[in-house]
Ligand binder design. Structure first.
Ligand code: UDP
Ligand code: MG
Length: 322
């Protein structure tokens, strides 16, 4: 760890905001109070800041951010040229501030995630953790539907071979060093909560209870949520392609069994003319086609992963010359 972090670390909060004019005044007040307290307690440096990222809002969010910035040096603002979505807005914030601080905590503008969990995150960071995940200890405030679908989703992602932290959204602390490594992931299809665990380094979790949204409404309607879930699978896993290959193999095997069955029926004289040929070719060709698509898909999958140009490793320590 750097010399700087042995004293109180400079911590930046990055908060993506999309049409949050209702929530921002309350959020700003609570964050000011929280940051002051952390500062007084000597847990963070007075150089710490709150960075609000306006993700192309259509309401007065940016005016609100500009006013906060004019009022207090605690607040900084970033305005994106258009709506790019939560993940990209978050990344824009993280990449902009990564060299100004020791650690960044990302959180949503509605403060559904308990801001008091930050204390624990900062403590763990000072103990040497590079990534600290905020994890919901319960989902009581969610509807039965959201809870059920979320759980099924985590299970499915695991089946797809994607490493994800259970019940963790985008409330997390990352050290500036981890952010610099994250910058090497140049992918356009962003799914941060699946990407961050790929980084490795010393990590820990902090538990908190998630509150319901107080002001404004969710910017994640079901349609966006489904699109986000699908993005998660297709940007991190090529297992779906493999499933086609497996299906092809399966159907091809069935066609072999069919061949035997059909031949037996043929020789026993239980068939009309031409049926044998049709039945076998139907299954055989179907299976072969799926198998071929799967194999071609395997190569496309490889190309897909190559085009992401992801870093192949991250150094943690280097014991060089003394
Ligand atoms: N958000 C964003 N761009 C979007 C949609 C959402 O920056 O296109 C922000 C939003 O302002 C909030 C965070 O992403 O800070 C999470 O959104 P929300 O709280 O509506 O999602 P939910 O908690 O309902 O999943
Ligand atoms: Mg929310």
């Amino acid at each position: 760890m750097t010399e700087k972090t042995k004293t109180a670390p400079v911590v930046y909060l990055v908060v993506p905001c999309y049409n949050e004019e209702e929530a921002l005044p309350v959020t700003a007040e609570k964050l000011t109070e929280k940051m002051r307290r952390l500062c007084w307690d000597g847990k963070i440096s007075p150089a710490s800041r709150v960075v609000l990222v306006d993700d192309g809002s259509k309401d007065a969010t940016w005016e609100c951010i500009a006013a906060l910035h004019a009022e207090s040096p605690l607040f900084q603002g970033i305005k994106l040229s258009r709506n790019c979505g939560h993940q990209r807005a978050l990344l824009a914030g993280l990449m902009t501030v990564r060299d100004h601080c020791d650690a960044v905590i990302s959180m949503d503008a509605d403060l559904q995630d308990d801001i008091d969990a930050m204390d624990g995150m900062i403590e763990k960071f000072c103990e040497g953790c590079e990534i600290v995940y905020g994890v919901r200890s319960d989902r009581k405030t969610d509807t039965v539907f959201k809870r059920g679908t979320a759980q099924a989703y985590y299970k499915m992602m695991r089946l797809m071979g994607v490493e994800m932290v259970y019940n963790h959204a985008d409330y997390r602390l990352m050290s500036s060093r981890v952010l610099r490594e994250l910058a090497d992931y140049e992918e356009v299809n962003l799914f941060l909560r699946g990407l961050v665990p790929m980084l490795g380094y010393r990590t820990d979790v902090v538990y908190y209870a998630r509150a319901p949204r107080m002001q404004g409404e969710s910017k994640y309607p079901l349609k966006k949520m489904l699109a986000f879930a699908f993005e998660g699978i297709t940007s991190l896993s090529i297992k779906p392609i493999r499933m086609i290959t497996m299906l092809g193999v399966g159907i091809f095997l069935v066609s072999l069994a069919m061949l035997i069955y059909v031949l037996i029926r043929h020789f026993l004289g239980y068939t009309v003319v031409g049926w044998t040929f049709l039945a076998v070719s139907l299954w055989g060709i179907g299976g072969l086609q799926l198998l071929s698509i799967g194999i071609v898909g395997e190569y496309i999958g490889k190309i897909y992963l190559e085009t992401k140009r992801r870093p192949r490793y991250h150094l943690e320590t280097y014991l060089g010359d003394r």
